[in-house]
Design a binder for this molecule. Sequence first.
Ligand code: UD2
Ligand code: MN
Length: 480
Amino acid sequence: KVETPNDGKNKKAFMFREDEEESKVRDDLKPKLVYRGTDKEIDPNDIGLVKNAEDKRVMDEGYKNFAYNSLVSKRIGFHREINDTRHQHCLDKTFPENLPTASVIICFYNEDFYTLLRSVFSVIRRSPPDLIKEIILVNDHSDDKELIEKVENELETNLELSIVRFFTPEERLGLIRSRIFGARKALGDVLVFLDSHIEANVEWLQPLLTRIKESRTNVVTPVIDVINPDNFGYKPSPLVRGGFNWGMNFKWEGLTKRVERFDEPIPSPAMAGGLFAMDREYFTELGEYDPGLDIWGGENIEISFRIWMCGGRLDILPCSRVGHVFRKRRPYTSTDERGVDTQDRNALRVARVWLGDHIKHFYSAITGVETLSPGDLTERFELKEKLKCKDFSWYLNYVYPELEIPGMEERKGAKEKVEKLNKYERWDQRSRNYTRSFQIKYAPSSLCLEPIDGVGSKGSFVKLSSCLRSKKQSWYQTDR
Ligand code: UD2
Ligand code: MN
């Protein structure tokens, strides 16, 4: 059949065939924008997309001064929705009436404007108004004066922020003395300390206050979820405890028991430091922080020791979640004017007061640390005496038996128990709620179903074998 010539409107370019390949070929020939150094096509909705020189400047300055992507932070702005990362065991909780009120204390040094204000807004919008007495914002002499003007201006003009009290101390205090400064201004029943690059999640505050209402010597922390410093993605953290090594460096530790209820307090030998709640008067009674600690580091271990050894307790509450921007480096120096690394010197102060004879392990962990001068420790020793605190051996036995003591092999057992538990079923991978357990029996026989590859294997074939009361033949029903 010969086709009649058409008017040219529907003419196809000669090189394309009329088939489903056509549009793909066209697409392949179009010029593409790709991310530098890759074949990955640029997503026009990419929140981090650098569109011009100003964007680039904001991003570069952000990485330099704050160690995260300020361009993304700015585009997110003052508010955003985040995933409710709580386990379902937390969801239908009710809280007692008449919870104590909270003074939220946020100290900051050189923070990005949007990151800082988003921290504040997340607290305001995700807390019941009657439970927030005030938000105390302490500017620890940030270098950028324009930032401070912007913050002050926002605080003055935005009604929603009228709950915020803003302070700039006489001089740069470092994060530890800044927190003491903030705590002394506070009027609420409970102090809630937060870093300045966080986002509080749904119902984060009530579990903390509830636990403190039960006992004023309960000190609690939320689970610290992870905000990615490059794209501000918000991810849940697994349930873990806080611990440390002999260098007095904080680290996360596996749990000692299988989690059955995901809403129960998890006793923690140490806190990460940035996010916790404590009865205000108890904080004072227990000796606030050691004001001899400079800029950054060690105060979290010190206060954890004091809490446990001097009559209190420290728990992580899985139903309270707050995200924190975990950065790859600290964007400010923590060396003091003498050129001493404050982290090491702080650790030395803590070790001298609290480790007793065990200090020898600290000395071998950080070479040369004993040559630093820790400054006057009299008041901290007196405090320990006055509060009738227990000693480090007690703490090792009752609170942190998993800390390995060099040369003491018999303590290895506790640590191995934790490791074995994690191997069998890692706490962070147990996301389901186990509702029933049973065996599967082939009724006419005494044979039961078990995986050929053994307990915990994925994708294994199954076989029938003599019924035994064994893990291999335990099958679980989960709620999803
Ligand atoms: C962790 C803690 C942090 C603190 C530190 C040990 C978490 C999530 N963070 O380190 O709170 O306990 O360990 O000391 O557990 N800041 C000041 N003045 C300064 C320096 C810092 O106010 O001179 C502020 C800073 O803006 C931030 C907070 O103190 O809001 C903590 O500092 P960081 O975020 O650099 O510490 P981080 O999270 O690495
Ligand atoms: Mn931080």
